[in-house]
Write a protein that binds this ligand. Structure first.
Ligand code: PBG
Length: 346
């Protein structure tokens, strides 16, 4: 008993007489059928985008230590993963390569190689599993020797020169068969430039899913392990990714990307930015996706592995929260696990 809260006897009876019990919200929660009946938001397999990490080699699956249950897959293994994803009815995959360090340079030129890891994976998956959506990232960080998303001149990530390379990278991925280009770099003006570049080469049906509001977040740590940029990244990304303290700025970023031709939007990270998802969806009503990033996944998994929380429930609760906030879907490393769970429940 907490002594601070203990009511005095006369106060306690006064409270009881003041209760207005015409409304008892608990009635609608009394049984599972009633809770199901009044449930406002439902997570389905249609809401899931599965981010996959790619590695060189054959038959390779290497554990990402900071993301228990997540592996980097060689192209042949990624094809198997795509087959499984399609069987689970996951609509789309987002591909991220861990580029051989020998192929990284200051300009990220490997991004333009038609035979780079991501392009090979796109072609191989499209051959075997043509019905699954493939989302290719536009950003240079998996390819640069300094781990930044753009081209570095001295201390500066230069904007316009980077955008020109992002257009070429997008075309390279579209030619390999990517269905969607997802620029995650946060350079100014890149959506218009990429749209124009795609249209000029006859890719007017390739969608652009913009990471429109992407914050300079500490929650990307494990992802940088996964694609091998953590050790090399010089400094931070605060001159291009957004300040976590800002909200109106996210609306301005989104407005610009819509003007420039974005078909879909991503807000990233996810759970610490539910307010942004809500504002973006209410203001613009475009398909809006949350990215439940690597650090969010790692937190849930680490706590679950320690027995500190029920991992499965935390996974489901975190995902339905995105739906409640207004997201149309979620990029999540939990995608296959959730899809299996939802399938069992059917
Ligand atoms: C970079 C990129 C990042 C993520 C996706 N694309 C990290 C970063 O900006 O450094 C993070 C995803 C995650 O943490 O799961 N283009």
């Amino acid at each position: 008993m907490n002594p601070w809260n203990k009511p005095k006897p006369d106060e306690a009876s006064a409270t009881a007489t003041r209760l207005d019990l015409a409304q008892r919200p608990r009635r609608n929660r009394k049984t599972e059928w009633a809770r199901r009946l009044v449930r406002e938001n439902v997570l389905t397999t249609n809401d899931l985008i599965w981010p996959l990490f790619l590695a060189e080699g054959e038959g390779v699956r290497t554990q990402v230590v900071s993301m228990p249950g997540v592996e980097r897959l060689s192209v042949d293994e990624a094809v198997k993963a795509a087959v499984m994803a399609a069987e689970l009815a996951i609509p789309a995959l987002a591909l991220f390569p861990n580029t051989d360090p020998a192929r990284r340079d200051p300009h990220g030129s490997e991004a333009l190689n038609a035979d780079n890891l991501v392009c090979r994976a796109i072609r191989a998956i499209k051959r075997e599993v043509p019905q699954i959506g493939l989302i290719a990232d536009a950003a240079l960080d998996p390819y640069t020797s300094h781990g930044h998303d753009g081209i570095l001149h001295g201390e500066e990530i230069v904007n316009d020169e980077t955008v020109a390379v992002l257009v070429a990278q997008s075309l390279n991925q579209a030619r390999a068969g990517a269905d969607v280009i997802a620029p995650s770099d946060m350079m100014d003006g890149r959506i218009a430039a990429i749209r124009e570049g795609l249209d000029a080469e006859g890719f007017e049906n390739v969608q652009v899913m913009s990471y429109a509001a992407k914050y300079a977040s500490a929650f990307y740590g494990p992802f940088r392990d996964a694609i091998g940029t953590k050790a090399v990244l010089a400094g931070d990304k605060r001159t291009y990714q957004m300040d976590p303290a800002n909200s109106d700025e996210a609306l301005r970023e989104v407005a610009l990307d819509i003007e420039q031709g974005a078909d879909m939007l991503i807000v990233k990270p996810g759970m610490p930015y539910l307010d942004i998802i809500c504002r973006v969806k209410e203001t613009f009503a475009l398909p809006t996706f949350a990215y439940q990033v690597s650090g969010e996944y790692a937190m849930i998994m680490a706590a679950a592995q320690n027995g500190w929380l029920d991992g499965e429930r935390a996974m489901l609760e975190s995902l339905v929260a995105f739906k409640r906030a207004g997201a149309d879907g979620v990029l999540t490393y939990f995608a296959p696990r959730v899809a299996k769970k939802l399938k069992e429940e059917r």
